[in-house]
Design a protein around this ligand. Structure first.
Ligand SMILES: CSCCC(=O)C(=O)O
Ligand SMILES: [Fe+2]
Ligand code: NI
Length: 456
């Protein structure tokens, strides 16, 4: 046995630069989750390969770089587009911008001895048709993960588009732009914000050569982005929520789509329709509006962790936007489900199960290609919110949220189901208060949204 193997009690105690592919292959999901939780991460992934990614991001973020002195994290990498990531280096400009309590790092040039395990897509169950048995997320350079170390908490966000990453980095570099209130923020040191933006599947380094950050951190685009964010009436002053909101604001993507196709949609038709349900026991396929109607805005859905995109369903096989969502969020599995008596085996029974209130251990991702239907989700006060899904609507329900599904009176829907890794379609019917996914959902929900909800 050599010194390296004897000196670490567990694999994850090894520094990142000593981890070998063998080490990584021995890791279990539980090892990773335990490590992540010990480091303060609230909701480590249940997906093994994603949990491994998270561990690596975190280690890269927390472990000092040998060459950067005094264990400091690398400052924002500032360089024009270069042909080699080695050219990335610290810059006087960014160092000036970053204050002592704000550290933004982009790990650019350490080789990481890790390759994301390849997940084979499995055929879907009998009532579905797998149409894309490909592993899309392992090598594409646009897959990004951002790790934010903030207020003693670690958050790893998948699928961060570069402009959002830059917006966050911009905020991090200019702490005065964060709406910090003492009541939320604590001391300056406590508010210290460190972020890392990386390519999730990149085995040679965390950033591909093309993904260097430009010196113009304050480009108009970033300025506009953050500006727009405040102007949209986002009232919360909790910086944790601000960061999350910017990162997890999928509707921005739909806006760019509709801007390009401005003639197609009016502003009001753009957003998904959602409302609080009445209490009646009538046919579930009826809308069940309250009287008067109580509509639920998108930001309230986002506060529950429900994300929404409006896409173009006509040419979904070639839709770049869908591809980008799948790549950035790691949804390498896809199948189609037609919900009508002719095409769905055990139609009645399945519909009954869909409408039985349940949770899953993973996100539920559904993209409506044709027809329509209702996803009902419980809000934090256990009220049902009905979300009307029509062709073009893609929604993501977080793991652990109570929900159900019914057709509407059109009696037909064609849904695309997406999943990260091997699909698991297990439903856990309510009550599930002891289910780990439920507990984590509740926990993250109370920690992250408690303040914002109170402010409403
Ligand atoms: C058929 S998609 C909606 C039903 C549902 O919640 C599920 O499949 O888990
Ligand atoms: Fe479900
Ligand atoms: Ni609101």
């Amino acid at each position: 046995m050599n010194a390296t193997t004897t000196s670490f009690r567990s694999i994850l105690e090894k520094p990142l630069n000593q981890l070998t592919e063998d080490d990584i292959s021995q890791l279990t999901r539980e090892d990773c989750r335990k490590y992540l939780k010990e480091k303060g991460m609230r909701r480590p992934s249940w997906n093994k390969s994603q949990a491994i990614q998270q561990v690596i991001s975190l280690k890269a973020l927390l472990e000092p770089n040998d060459d950067s002195g005094a264990g400091a994290l690398r400052r924002i990498v500032v360089s024009p587009h270069t042909t080699t990531p080695r050219a990335a280096s610290n810059s006087a400009g960014s160092a000036k911008e970053a204050s002592a309590d704000v550290q933004v790092s982009v790990s650019a040039d350490e080789p990481v001895p890790y390759q994301k395990p390849v997940q084979e897509d499995r055929p879907a169950d009998a009532d579905t048709k797998a149409i894309s048995p490909r592993n899309q997320c392992t090598t594409d350079a646009s897959v990004r993960q951002m790790t934010i170390f903030y207020c003693g908490k670690v958050n790893v966000y998948d699928g961060v588009p570069p402009d959002k990453a830059r917006a966050i980095m911009h905020l991090a570099a200019r702490p005065n732009h964060l709406p910090l209130d003492n009541q939320f923020g604590g001391t300056a040191a406590h508010r210290s914000l460190r972020c890392q933006f990386q390519t999730a599947g990149d085995k040679d380094g965390f950033l591909p050569p093309s993904a260097t950050f430009s010196q113009a951190m304050q480009t108009e685009k970033i300025g506009e982005y953050t500006q727009q964010y405040w102007e949209k009436g986002n009232s919360t002053r909790d910086p944790d929520i601000v960061l999350r909101s910017i990162l997890e604001e999928p509707f921005v993507i739909s806006k760019s789509f509709t801007q390009q196709n401005a003639e197609l949609e009016s502003e009001s038709a753009m957003a998904v329709e959602a409302w609080f349900m009445d209490e009646s026991d009538e046919d579930p396929r009826l809308p069940h509006h309250r009287k008067p109607e109580e509509l639920v805005p998108l930001d309230h859905l986002a506060e529950l962790g429900v994300l929404y995109w409006r896409l173009n369903p006509k040419d979904y096989e070639n839709d770049q936007q869908l591809r980008s969502i799948r790549e950035t969020r790691g949804y390498n599995y896809m199948d189609l489900l037609d919900i009508c008596p002719e095409k769905l085996e055990n139609y009645e029974e399945k519909l009954k199960n869909f409408y039985t209130e349940h949770i899953h251990a993973d996100e539920e991702i559904r993209y409506c290609l044709e027809g329509s239907g209702y996803f009902d989700v419980r809000d934090k006060n256990d009220r049902w919110i009905r979300i009307w899904i029509k062709a073009g609507d893609l929604i993501i329900l977080p793991a652990g949220i109570y929900h159900r599904f019914t057709l509407d009176t059109s009696n037909y829907v064609k849904l695309m189901r997406l999943f990260m890794g091997e699909p698991v379609w297990i439903s856990y019917n309510r009550p599930q208060e002891d289910h780990p996914a439920r507990k984590e959902y509740i926990e993250s929900f109370t920690k992250k949204v408690g303040v914002a909800l109170e402010a409403h």
